[in-house]
Each structure stands twice: as structure tokens, then as C-alpha cells.
Design a protein around this ligand. Structure first.
Ligand code: NAP
Length: 269
């Protein structure tokens, strides 16, 4: 039996493949014990065995379909009761590349269930314990389509815009509670995501596709730097800072008693 990690336990959703499997690898090497969550138990078991052998950490596997209420409730309950959990990585997610109006609305709502509802409920389950214990962290995997919803399917972009806004608000609310929040916004990353979303990754120009290993290493570097939003591809952080400064400049003027003068002029004409 391994000793418990002083870093605590990281619960990583969607860790049976792609970005989540790399997070599991890197976090185990950083000294976290792990709880791995996804539907494919065989893949989770294989990863858990390899990481336990290579790192000596305690690795637990929980097969769960996070778009099913009963499975989601099991993971929520664990997050509420297991005080060893110090980090939640909300990574499980689905995308689509078909245009919004050409997509099956049932598939769109399945995507909202996983990308938005599950992520929200797991965060609600974990954060009160982090606050009560005086520390913890949430890493939410968003996407660049949260900023650029024109790029892929619009419902997918909308779910990731939710993840960004939710993370921003959470960070603001938890600022003085020693609970860290980071939203990661990957661009195209070479994983199974693309095949499942409807466009094999080989169809994308190689120069816009990052390896999942590089993506996660950059995202964790951003986490160590204390970033709220990490965009691993963006060459110049000043571009993000200018975007954020423009947003902040809007804030004092977004709610007023009177409509803006340009609309009053229209009404009087
Ligand atoms: P991936 O390899 O397809 O991984 C998705 C993970 O989510 C898998 O482990 C999958 O495991 C799990 N999952 C899917 N449906 C689930 C469900 N109902 N319940 C529980 N787990 C479920 O794709 P990825 O690229 O690593 O995606 C990870 C995250 O990155 C997603 O949130 C995605 O939106 C985001 N992202 C990806 C890209 C990209 O270009 N790849 C870009 C931006 C953002 P099971 O099938 O075993 O359940």
C-alpha cells in the first residue's frame, strides 16, 4: 500500500484518452494520487496500472457516464465526502464540427449535458469542501472556440464560452479563499476528439494542431504561473491582456438608467 500523497488527490474526468490521460500522467509525476473517471473502464485500468507502476502513487478508477444522472451523482457524492481531493480537473467533453443548424438537436443537448451540466455539478460538489478545508484547485478545460464560436459547431462554442465565463466568475468569487481556478483554452489538439466530433484530425493543417503532451505541459506551466485563462497556442500574452482590458473597460457602462445617446437620437427622429 502506498502512502497518501502530501499533494492530495486529483480527480480527472475524461482521463481514458487524449488530454485527460496526459493530465493523469503529469499529475501522478507531480506527486498527486489520482481518481480517474470516464466510461471506458479497460482504458482507465490500463492507464492506472502503468501510472501506479511508474510513479508509486495511489490510483483509483471509477467508470462513469457523466451524462447519466445516476453516474454523475456517484462522482458528486465522492467529491463532497473525500477530503483527500485537492484538485478537480473538469476535462471530459464532446465536440461537433457540423454547422449548428445542420446538427441533431438531441446530440447538441447531450453535449450540453456533458460539457456544461456535468462540469457545473462536479464543481458545485467539490468547491465547498475546498473552501472549508482552506484550499484546493479547479482546472476547467474550455477551448479557443469559447472565444471564437464561429470556428466549429456553435453549440460546442457556446458550451466552452460557458466554461470560460463560469471559471472567471468562480475565480472572482473564490479570490480570498485560497481556491485556485484555471480555464484552459486549447486550440486544435491531436486526440480522438476530432474523429468523434466528425472530422478526422488528419484533415486539419498540421501547423494548427498541437500534441496533447505539449498542450498539457503548457497548461500546467500556466497553472504554476497562476493564470486564470491559459491559451497554450497564443504567442503574445499582450494580445489576451488587451482583449481582457477592453472587456474590463466596458464593465462600468453596461448598465445605465438611460439608453445610449445614439439610440435616443433614433427614437426622436
Ligand atoms: P478525447 O480524447 O475524445 O477525450 C474525451 C474524454 O472524455 C475521454 O476520456 C472520454 O472517455 C471522456 N468522455 C466522453 N464522454 C463522456 C461521458 N459521457 N462521461 C464520462 N467521460 C466521457 O478528446 P480530448 O481532446 O482529450 O478532449 C478533452 C477535452 O478537451 C474536452 O473537454 C474537449 O472539449 C477539450 N478540447 C479539445 C480540443 C481538441 O482539439 N482535441 C480542443 C479544445 C478543447 P470515455 O469515452 O471512456 O468516456
Amino acid at each position: 500500500m502506498n502512502s497518501l500523497s502530501p499533494k492530495g488527490t486529483a480527480l480527472v474526468t475524461g482521463s481514458s484518452s487524449g488530454i485527460g490521460a496526459v493530465y493523469a500522467d503529469r499529475l501522478a509525476r507531480r506527486g498527486y494520487d489520482l481518481i480517474l473517471v470516464a466510461r471506458n473502464r479497460d482504458r482507465l485500468d490500463g492507464l492506472a496500472r502503468r501510472l501506479a507502476d511508474e510513479t508509486g502513487r495511489n490510483i483509483e478508477v471509477l467508470a462513469a457516464d457523466l451524462s447519466k444522472k445516476s453516474d454523475l451523482a456517484r462522482i458528486e457524492s465522492l467529491l463532497r465526502t473525500d477530503a483527500s481531493i485537492t484538485l478537480l480537473v473538469n476535462n471530459a467533453g464532446l465536440g461537433a464540427t457540423a454547422p449548428l443548424l445542420a446538427s441533431d438537436v438531441e446530440k447538441m443537448t447531450d453535449m450540453i449535458d456533458l460539457n456544461v451540466t456535468a462540469l457545473t455539478r462536479l464543481t458545485y460538489a467539490a468547491v465547498p469542501g475546498f473552501v472549508a478545508r482552506g484550499g484546493g484547485a479547479v482546472i476547467n478545460i474550455a477551448s479557443i472556440v469559447g472565444i471564437a464560436p464561429e470556428v466549429l459547431n456553435g453549440v460546442y462554442g457556446g458550451t466552452k464560452a460557458f466554461v470560460l465565463a463560469f471559471s472567471q466568475s468562480l475565480r472572482h468569487e473564490l479570490a480570498d479563499k485560497n481556491v485556485r481556478v484555471q480555464a484552459v483554452a486549447p486550440g486544435a489538439t491531436a486526440t480522438d476528439f476530432w474523429e468523434i466530433a466528425g472530422t478526422p484530425v488528419a484533415h486539419l493543417p498540421a501547423e494548427i494542431v498541437m500534441r496533447a503532451d505539449d498542450l498539457v505541459d503548457a497548461a500546467l506551466a500556466g497553472f504554476d504561473m497562476g493564470e486564470l485563462v491559459t491559451i497554450p497556442s497564443l504567442p503574445d500574452i499582450a494580445d489576451w491582456e488587451a482583449y481582457e482590458a477592453a472587456r474590463q473597460k466596458l464593465l462600468p457602462n453596461l448598465s445605465k438608467q438611460q439608453p445610449a445617446a445614439r439610440y435616443r437620437a433614433q427614437t426622436q427622429a
